[in-house]
Ligand binder design. Structure first.
Ligand SMILES: *[C@@H]1O[C@H](CO)[C@@H](O)[C@H](O)[C@H]1NC(C)=O
Length: 150
């Protein structure tokens, strides 16, 4: 490769990494202004619907990301067990759907069949990107909950 070509390539790479760190989250080529995560929590051995397990109302669910010990966002489940966590993405806020997850800290006093310690965690799946006048919203749903000892 000629020097001018490699210089050009390195410049492109630098611009790409620079813009991703200063312009927040880009998904499917769209700049994301906020994220919305929707899911349902049941009172069962693992938080998922098993047989006729009842929905769990009034439980706190948190959005956590690997490598960050701060709580990024949280919500309470409604009487149908449904939660929606909405978080605005600031340029400085690191959010990577692959390393972020929904977390329910255990124990939960109102559900005695949950494991006694650790947490229930669920991964995030992108459903759609909703384009609004106020910015793009990345609409996620949660995968199955799994018990984690962390
Ligand atoms: C957002 O995701 C939910 C599933 O979590 C889905 O039911 C809903 O239709 C989606 N909204 C839009 C506007 O795509």
């Amino acid at each position: 490769m000629k020097t001018s070509q490699s210089t050009f390539l390195i410049t492109i790479l630098l611009i790409a990494s620079f813009s991703s760190s200063t312009h927040g989250l880009i998904l499917n080529g769209l700049r994301i202004g906020s994220i919305r995560i929707n899911g349902v929590l049941f009172c069962s051995l693992d938080g998922n619907l098993i047989g006729n397990s009842p929905p769990l109302s009034g439980a706190i669910v948190q959005l956590s990301c690997a490598g960050q010990n701060t709580d990024i966002g949280q919500a309470l489940t409604n009487p149908a067990g449904v939660f929606v966590v909405v978080v605005k993405i600031l340029d400085t806020f690191f959010f990577d759907p692959a390393t972020c997850f929904i977390r329910v800290n255990l124990p939960v006093a109102t559900c005695s069949v949950f494991p006694p310690d650790g947490a229930l965690t669920a991964s995030l799946n992108l459903v759609s990107i909703i384009q609004t006048a106020l910015g793009n919203i990345a609409n996620f749903t949660t995968g199955n909950f799994v018990h984690s000892i962390l």
